[in-house]
Write a protein that binds this ligand. Structure first.
Ligand code: SF4
Length: 481
């Protein structure tokens, strides 16, 4: 039986196991749409996100964001109650818009809907217009409605909808600016800094949609609950219509790029997340081709350094089986990178289904020559069940996989969102050649720690390539003889 056939038949039996619990999601690999909308809004300068829903929605999102970024996070809520569920949430939203405009004085208010308000059918755009009409002559913030019905899609779609709503609301045709829009997706501040560094090296000015790099990794300050002072400005949002192109570095966040292309003839480019050699090459080539520039020596040198790191680490990573879970764009790009590292991406799990994920997957399968076990629209319960019969050496994903790693006594390399059981999530970097170097160093050292250095780790259940304890015991025995 060929590798491919073997994996296909395995996959069938795996799917058979998973169907046993298709009635519910047990431990999801995704979050709800408003979460993605908030993440996009946190990268807009002087902006305030509002959740039009129950108090619990905003509290849950603040809680997740604070324990991941370990920064103060402001998310307002319209705090709907039983009464507003019956009679509609309009009075609460009008009150929230008034209070925020008067007290916090933001430049932009982004109103995200929730399960509740989408179900009762509140017309958020209409309520915003009503508020503006009632306050003609007063200085009001710009207001944007971001429809994020949480019973569909995930935080990835929420981010996408927020970017689309921002460009729809603010982009204005003016003079060409010779810049490139870059839609980032839900990336860590350090990854965004890496994108900025690459653009600096290429001498190209970007408009980042949106830039959380300074807001979510800031210095200690007493002004803890102020509005975010950094990030993409209102002027930059207006100027997005005047760029040469929009590059979306996560394929599932390109609706804003398509809108700018249709409305303002700004070329839309959608590409995989620039992680590893091939995907970063695609990003660099797209920027250079768009701007008609040569690749600078500094970038070529960084690429060479990443290649060198791959060779240095190869002996430890080669044929190590890895299981990856999380957001679609991240999972497929990291799978390719681990393949470039000489590892075997054996199990991939994503919380949604997407034709673009399938396209990228097929391309990866063609390059690798074998098919990994792929769980689409599945949760971490399914993932764990699959790992029961398909052991791997390493997990890559967010903090929700920690108990699975513990069960199988394998290491978990933490990337993605949320990471609440370690510090420094905002400084995790894997984008670009330099991010790739940090990724390979961190991951390889984790494998060295776990599988090669025994001191300080429990040995009982671990399969080690080399076990110095038993080696020493056998040595003593032979000496005694
Ligand atoms: S899934 Fe719905 S109810 Fe739950 S936090 Fe998200 S918006 Fe609120």
């Amino acid at each position: 039986m060929s590798n491919l056939e073997e994996n296909e038949s395995k996959e069938d039996s795996i799917n058979g196991e998973c169907y046993d619990k298709e009635f519910a999601v047990v431990n999801p690999t995704r979050m709800c749409q408003p979460m993605g909308g908030i993440q996009a809004m946190m990268g807009v300068k002087n902006a305030m996100p509002v959740i039009h829903g129950s108090q619990g929605c905003a509290t849950y999102m603040r809680f997740q964001l604070i324990r991941h970024f370990r920064e103060p996070i402001e998310v307002a809520s319209t705090s709907l109650s039983e009464k507003t569920v019956i009679y509609g949430g309009e009075p609460n939203l009008l009150k929230a818009l008034k209070n925020i405009s008067e007290k916090q004085k933001p430049e932009i208010i982004g109103v995200m809907s929730s399960c509740l308000t989408e179900t009762i059918g509140d017309d958020v755009s209409g309520i915003i217009r009503k508020f503006e009409n009632a306050n003609i002559g007063k200085e009001l913030p710009a207001m944007v409605s971001i429809p994020t019905p949480s019973y569909a899609g995930s935080h990835v779609e929420g981010y996408d909808k927020a970017i689309l709503s921002l460009v729809k609301c603010f982009a204005r045709k003016m003079v060409p600016n010779n810049k490139i829009n870059i839609i980032l997706g839900n990336l860590s501040p350090s990854n965004i800094v890496e994108i900025k560094n690459i653009m600096k090296d290429l001498n190209v000015e970007p408009i980042l949609l949106t830039d959380t790099s300074e807001n979510l990794d800031g210095p200690l300050s007493e002004e803890t609950l102020e509005l975010h002072k950094f990030g993409t400005s209102l002027d930059e949002l207006r100027d997005t219509a005047n760029c040469i192109a929009t590059i979306s570095i996560t394929k599932h966040n390109d609706s804003g790029a398509k809108y700018l292309e249709e409305q303002f003839n700004v070329k839309a480019i959608s590409e995989p997340m620039p992680i590893g050699i091939k995907n970063t090459d695609i990003f660099i080539n797209n920027v250079c081709n768009t701007m008609n520039i040569d690749i600078p020596k500094k970038i070529i040198r960084d690429r060479g350094r990443l290649c060198d790191v791959l060779v240095d680490a190869h002996a430890y990573n080669y044929r190590r089986k890895v299981a990856i879970y999380g957001d679609v764009d991240m999972v497929i790009s990291i799978a390719r990178f681990t393949y470039e590292m000489g590892m075997v991406p054996k199990v991939l799990c994503v919380g949604s289904e997407s034709s673009r994920f399938k396209e990228d997957l097929n391309e990866l399968i063609k390059d690798m020559g074998y098919k990994p076990i792929v769980l689409e629209n599945k949760d971490l319960y399914d993932f764990e069940k699959v790992l029961d019969n398909n052991p791997v050496d390493l997990l890559i994903g967010n903090a929700y996989g920690a108990s699975i790693a513990d069960k199988f006594n394998i290491p978990l390399f933490r990337v993605g969102f949320p990471i609440f059981d370690r510090v420094g999530a905002q400084r995790i970097k894997f984008i670009g050649y330099n991010g790739g170097i940090e990724f390979v160093d961190g991951l390889t050292n984790m494998l060295l720690d776990f599988y090669y250095d025994c001191e300080g780790y429990k040995l009982e259940n671990k399969e080690l390539s080399f076990d110095p304890q038993s080696f020493n015991e056998s040595l003593l025995e032979s000496e005694a003889k």
